[in-house]
Design a protein around this ligand. Sequence first.
Ligand SMILES: *Cc1c(COP(=O)(O)O)cnc(C)c1O
Length: 464
Amino acid sequence: MTTSKDAFTKAQVAIPGGVNSPVRAFGAVGGTPRFIRKAQGPYVWDDEGNKYVDLVCTWGPSLLGHAHPEVIEAVREAAKNGLSFGAPTDTETALANAITARVPAAEKVRMVSTGTEATMTAIRLARGYTGRDMIVKFAGCYHGHSDGLLAAAGSGVATQGLPGSAGVPAGTTADTIVLPYNDADALREAFAKYGDKIACVITESSPANMGIVPPVADFNQVIREVTADAGALMIMDEVLTGFRVSGAGFWGWEAGYKPALPATLPEAALEGADARGQWVEEQLKGASYSPDIFTFGKVVGGGMPLAALGARAEMMDYLAPLGPVYQAGTLSGNPLATAAGLKTLQLADQGVYDHVDKVSAQLQQALRDSLEAEGVPYTLNSVGNLFSLFMGQNVAGGVRNYDESKSQDEARYTAFFHSMLDAGVALPPSCFEAWFLSAAHDEEAMNVIFDAIPGAARAAAQAK
Ligand SMILES: *Cc1c(COP(=O)(O)O)cnc(C)c1O
């Protein structure tokens, strides 16, 4: 039997930091990352045979729970016919239609392999479409690791973006304006100054990568209005929230668009562009607002490498081969990934969302009860079934931006995290990440979590 410690030592010789994505290395919480051997339902098992209730859910994708038998079967069936063709398939069309049926403004969809590619392409499309160079992003919002979106948070209004990583030329982020999140005045000021040069504003639909920081009442609507007035586009990054917060993502939850699930398109909208356009128009009448471009990832690939962007057809047709904006991918629309994504969306019915909402509310309550019993100062931000905990601070009205998020007491989370891990519950190894639940988190799994929380709250109370 190899221990995770042995495995990590060897991995660090072969792979930088021993991991293929930095947060997995436990740098923020210390200790040894568990090397995972298998996952099923709400559980993961490490190399040593330890079983954990998983609240990472592969960072969001496993909405149905790990290794859902029907998803595995769909992938197995697809694999029998070959792993990749580099040619179009019917499954890609079916998945595109399944996405449009849930999020109508994504009238046409282009598939890529990662969320990073989806946002990178969305930015390029916005620039190509508008003929402008500048983009606006918000401090603390994560949109993947492409150069132009790795701009650090500057202080003050309309700070010119500085690269948040070595290796990103200053010139690349010079066209990125970084603004504080939830600050409508800062947004208006930036547009007053640069409005005719700004191609787009990119925002997480509800930020979830600085902890959960929901938009204040109408912040997304303000972004919509300000961009529309200036002839700029609004990109809503739903890589994390899409098909997780509701059947139509965070957008559907907020804008009041609730498709009956499983969502399907009318026959005419499958075959005729005009009929599809009319159907989309009709659907959007029921929504309070709609962004121009959506990006999806995580759940949409059902655990396989797949992400997508979608917008109205006229805009999407700016992409090659029809338009001048180039984008491509050897493995884009991969047959195994599209099979997993399509099956996942087909199975994610209203019952799935109702269950995730329910267990999320129960978990939030259990956290409040124990943290209060132990006298740990905390702020619990939540929106829909998403939530996260900021320990060591009690922010009236909730954490609203990156600066407030960063002022939490990381040592308390570290103590809480390790106490939970020792009790068989795997939390995200960073206090800046959302916690994820799934349809497979049943009573038995939830009870393991509930039993572990009081001890972890005590550990957090004692942490200095
Ligand atoms: C995860 C994430 C991305 C990046 O997706 P990858 O598949 O990791 O490249 C982009 N945007 C948001 C909001 C995310 O949560």
